[in-house]
Design a protein around this ligand. Structure first.
Ligand SMILES: [Zn+2]
Ligand SMILES: [Zn+2]
Length: 283
């Protein structure tokens, strides 16, 4: 948490326009860090033969819904995040008001919703029923289960070799990546799972979504004076990924770096490219 705070300070100085959203991010991270210490996560049992078969066939170890969750802690965190949202801006405050009302009248079964790990379909239902902003509600639910998901992923980390999987989806949970990271002198490329946060290595010069390797159909751009971030555009699938180059940037929270470079996502979308897992902060 100390490093995140330091980095947020630096970023705010560099990009004052991001001040408000960075303050919000810091509060969310603090609330998540608080529940981390007391989380109760059941062990995840994997049969050895099953595991071998899965990796041979290219399946992930588990599925998103198989992560054990601490529902009590997630529900508590949900309440804290609602409070943070309420204090941060009028739109969030309005949304939180509606959510609270539905919760108080027992119209939303929060614990059940969390237990289902924020299933898209269920979220959609609730959002439609109560006229909520899907982005806000999904964010609150996802951020509430995040500490449990991260703890589950940590339990599985040693079951895998991040260097040898090389596929476009996460070896732990099968989700798509949200970011790409370049590390070490030689520029090894890793993808960051959008759901569980696991990092695994992939080929350096290929589109991480469609596998396109033709260099003439992959372009990239970066913002002036920000050589540590770049957007890689694929003309085969018209999607893009943001790459954070940790060869020129001190180690930091990739999601924070993602948030502080929203301007690059806006440029990419103006050029007509999509991000399969959108930056949660773009509207
Ligand atoms: Zn994953
Ligand atoms: Zn592609």
């Amino acid at each position: 948490m100390k490093n995140i705070k330091e980095r947020i300070k630096q970023l705010k100085k560099k990009r004052p326009g991001y001040g408000e959203i960075l303050d919000f991010y810091q509060k969310v991270k603090e609330a998540q860090a608080q529940v981390k210490a007391s989380l109760q996560i059941n062990p995840i049992k994997l049969k050895k033969e099953w595991k071998e078969l899965l990796s041979k066939e290219g399946f992930s170890l588990i599925q998103k819904e198989d992560f054990p969750l601490d529902v009590e802690a997630s529900a508590k965190l949900f309440q804290s995040l609602c409070q943070i949202g309420k204090d941060s801006n009028p739109h969030m405050a309005e949304q939180v008001g509606k959510i609270k009302e539905a919760l108080d009248n027992k119209k939303i079964d929060l614990k059940n919703l969390l237990k289902e790990g924020g299933k898209e379909q269920r979220i959609e239902q609730v959002v439609n029923e109560f006229g909520l902003d899907k982005k806000v509600f999904s964010f609150l639910i996802e951020s509430s289960i995040k500490p449990s998901i991260a703890a589950g992923m940590e339990k599985l980390r040693n079951e895998l070799d991040p260097e040898t999987w090389l596929k476009e989806y996460c070896p732990v949970c099968g989700s798509l990546p949200s970011l790409s990271l370049l590390k070490e002198e030689v520029g090894k490329r890793y993808l960051l799972c959008s759901f569980c946060g696991y990092q695994w290595r992939v080929e350096r010069l290929a589109c991480p979504f469609c596998g396109n390797k033709e260099q003439e159909s992959i372009q990239y751009f970066l913002a002036e004076g920000e050589e540590s971030y770049r957007i890689e555009l694929c003309d085969k699938c018209h999607q893009y990924i943001k790459t954070i180059d940790y060869r020129t940037l001190e180690e930091s929270d990739p999601l924070l770096e993602d948030l502080a470079t929203l301007h690059l996502d806006i440029l990419a979308s103006q050029k007509g490219y999509k991000r399969p897992i959108p930056n949660p902060w773009t509207s």
